[in-house]
Design a protein. Structure first.
Length: 464
């Protein structure tokens, strides 16, 4: 009690109820999540985290090669970001009055735009999908055209607008009707030309490197697509929610290709510092001025929590750390080392087909082996559900080697590595050593890995 009022003790609440975490999710949240975690043996209890590592209740160290789906670009609990959040809370700012102009949003916009000097203005929302929604609305309004093109296998978010440009059927099923947008294959300039000739295309939204499968746009595609779009008075939207802020070894992934200057650019994830959700849509001046064309339209697009002081402070701290610690250069250097060492294993293991990616966004693809013994087991897995072998690799990486990774997408035999951008050679050594051990086990034809594979097959059949 304080001044006769009941207090709140977060530490005490967690101490008393923290052990109920999986039961609470089963009763009150998405009940399939704990079910999936129990099935895979991913139902760990992590007590604390720092940088690129977790520790469980027994003090065991886990290497994070997932970074919260890319959110933890600087790793967990970076001291500079923590201090910035403490400082902004202690400042007791008059935040979100809605009828003033606080300095932090302007300062963060200025810092972001410095990395894309051809862009002029920023809208701050609360997530990656919200950044994409903003870009879709702005493109339609600014061009006066209704249709957006997107690429097969794209992922741009799960709210209704961004879902309309989501190239994964499994996410779209059951949520129709969606917006009347159109998919083309990544890199298919002929398809882009055909669609643009119809005269109703507002823009093309594209990930320079697709998160699903880790497929990069073919060389020259973004630049030529940009020229075609502009010729037809349409815009190029770059979705850099996952690839942005250094992930691929440049500040933005579109910067790998000379001459590419998106009209709208979506970022989020790593800008948060892993603390406060934030999304940003950067755009050209003429687009913003058409959307916000008069004082009557001043709130035509807004977000209740957009530009809040905590998110802006976190974003400013993230950009400062990235500059001071040369995070982008580290992502390029460490990513090259990790990719080269993994690529050297392709000739050694017949189940390992390709290693690709840029910076610290790496895809490891598995495929049909040549030997009869392994081929029969591979066929068994594929018949039950495509993607089970990749899951068979992910599970022992966590259970035996305490390394957290993910399968790159549903029905894909690809593991995606998107670790915090602060990892170095020790983490590369640890991952490559563990991955080599798992692949040795897989190619031995026996052991716990294939036993677990049979369990996954039974589960896949039961779920049909």
């Amino acid at each position: 009690m304080k001044d006769g009022r009941p207090g709140f003790d977060l530490g005490r609440l967690l101490a008393e109820r923290g052990a109920e975490r999986y039961e609470l999710h089963t009763r009150h949240l998405n009940h399939q999540l704990p079910r999936m975690l129990h099935t895979l043996g991913f139902d760990k209890v992590y007590e604390r985290a720092e940088g690129a590592h977790f520790w469980d209740e027994e003090g065991n160290d886990y290497l994070d090669m997932l970074a919260g789906f890319g959110v933890m670009g600087l790793g967990r609990h970076h001291p500079v970001v923590r201090k910035a959040l403490h400082d902004v809370l202690d400042a007791s700012l008059a935040d979100l009055t809605r009828f003033d102009c606080q300095p932090l949003p302007g300062l963060l916009a200025e810092r972001l735009l410095a990395h894309s000097p051809h862009l002029d203005r920023v809208f701050f929302g609360n997530s990656g999908t919200e950044a994409v929604e903003t870009a879709l609305k702005f493109a339609r309004y600014a061009t006066g055209k209704p249709r957006i093109l997107y690429c097969d296998h794209a992922f741009h978010g799960l709210t209704t607008g961004s879902l309309s440009v989501n190239g994964e059927k499994g996410f779209r099923d059951g949520f129709a009707p969606l917006l009347p947008d159109t998919a083309i294959a990544l890199g298919d300039l002929d398809a882009l030309r055909r669609e643009l000739k119809r005269g109703d295309v507002a823009g093309l939204v594209v990930e320079p490197i697709q998160g699903k499968g880790v497929h990069a746009a073919p060389p020259g595609f973004l630049r030529e697509a940009q020229e075609l779009l502009h010729r037809h008075k349409a815009v190029l939207i770059a979705d850099e929610v996952q690839t942005g802020l250094g992930r691929t070894g440049d500040f933005y992934a579109y910067q790998h290709e000379e001459g590419v200057e998106p009209d709208l650019l979506c970022v989020a994830k790593a800008l948060s510092g892993g603390y406060v959700p934030v999304g940003a849509t950067l755009g050209k001046d003429w687009i913003f001025k058409r959307v916000y064309s008069s004082m009557d339209r001043v709130l035509v697009h807004s977000a209740s929590f957009g530009s809040n002081a905590q998110a802006m402070a976190a974003g400013l701290a993230v950009l400062a750390v990235m500059e001071q610690e040369e995070t982008v250069a580290n992502a390029r250097r460490t990513g090259d080392l990790l990719r080269e060492r993994l690529a050297a294993l392709v000739g050694r293991y017949e189940l390992l087909h390709e290693v690709r990616g840029r910076g610290l966004m790496i895809g490891i693809e598995f495929g049909r082996p040549s030997s009869l013994k392994l081929r029969s087991r591979w066929t068994m897995l594929q018949a039950a559900r495509k993607g089970l072998f990749a899951q068979m690799v992910v599970v022992p990486l966590l259970q035996k080697h305490r390394i957290l990774t993910q399968v790159s997408g549903d029905h894909l035999e690809v593991i995606k590595l998107i670790p915090p951008l602060v990892i170095g050679e020790p983490e590369v050594d640890r991952f490559v050593t563990a991955f080599t051990a798992v692949m040795d086990d897989a190619h031995s034809g026996g052991g716990l890995m294939w036993d677990f594979g049979r369990t996954l097959v039974k589960q896949a059949v039961a779920n049909r």
